[in-house]
Write a protein that binds this ligand. Structure first.
Ligand code: ADE
Length: 282
């Protein structure tokens, strides 16, 4: 799969793609990443890429001509290299785009070629949205200084879905968000650290019990942190029974004036102890 990134700040991409999994994927020819400086496609001695908005107002707007020229260059490069160019997605990164998630990443990973346009300043001339971009994506409901970090996020998430990019050890099969649930808790050696022990079941060697515990923990974590995700997951009768008990236990804890997490009414459903450090999920 090929990614072409159009940016005013190509230096920002030195580093993130030169390490770890993405670097290996590039070296193995599984993905190609080309970064283009939009300024190189701007006309005139000053290579101006932005201008004041028509109608007045604060800030500058990115001009359409260099963006169109950079995108057309990327498309013809990809075509010449036999890496797409015909069914390419041209994505504008903008806080006004649809919210990027794993499902959209899976959709994009079906393509051979993605062109990512990093917006900046007060915005991008509307003709880029209307006549060039085939999609607009936001990585979250906050405003970054530009589309570069979002483009890196999109490349990272989509690239790891390309067959062969993940090794067998990191296989997608067990992955939680793509299975619709958040991930169950993971532990490694030692079995006891500063008095905190690993759940007994994980040391038991009972594979069926471990699988059930993991599934239950993933359900519980999703119920507590992202209940909205549960609506999209296909649940077995055992899952449904567990969730029903979990909801009852949560309701009882919420109603109780002095909840005692040491003695949960349902085994395995103890509310976590108050964290010593702030947990961003709480
Ligand atoms: N550019 C600035 N903020 C952004 C966001 N949240 N997502 C995508 N592009 C952006």
């Amino acid at each position: 799969m090929r990614f072409d990134i159009l940016t005013l700040f190509p230096g920002m991409f030195e580093g993130p793609f030169d390490e770890s999994m993405l670097r290996r994927a590039v070296e193995r020819g599984l993905i190609t990443i080309a970064v283009h400086n939009i300024r190189d496609f701007a006309a005139g001695r000053h290579r101006i890429t932005d201008d004041a908005p028509y109608g007045g107002g604060a800030g500058m707007v990115m001009k359409p001509e260099p963006i169109f020229a950079a995108a057309e260059h990327a498309l013809s490069d990809a075509r010449a290299a036999g890496q797409g160019g015909d069914d390419s997605a041209i994505v504008l990164l903008t806080p006004q785009g649809r919210l990027f998630d794993q499902r959209i990443a899976e959709e994009l990973a079906q393509r051979r070629h993605l062109v990512l346009i990093c917006g900046h300043y007060e915005g991008v001339d509307e003709r880029v949205r209307e006549h060039l971009a085939t999609d607009e994506l936001s990585i979250g409901d906050y405003v970054l200084t530009g589309g570069e970090l979002p483009a890196m996020v999109v490349v990272d998430v989509v690239a790891r879905l390309v067959p062969g990019v993940l090794g067998a050890a990191e296989s997608l099969a067990e992955e939680s968000i793509s299975g619709g649930l958040l991930e169950y808790p993971q532990y490694t050696r030692p079995p006891e650290f500063r008095g905190w022990t690993v759940p007994e079941v994980l040391l038991s060697g009972n594979h069926a019990a471990i699988a059930r515990w993991r599934r239950d923990q993933a359900l519980l974590r999703t119920l507590r942190r992202r209940p909205d995700l549960l609506a999209q997951v296909s649940l077995t009768p055992a899952d449904q029974r567990f969730l029903e008990r979990a909801r009852e236990a949560e309701a009882a804890t919420d109603a109780s004036p002095d909840p005692d997490p040491e003695t949960p009414s349902t085994p395995g459903l103890a509310r976590p102890q108050p964290p010593e450090r702030v947990d961003p999920w709480c």
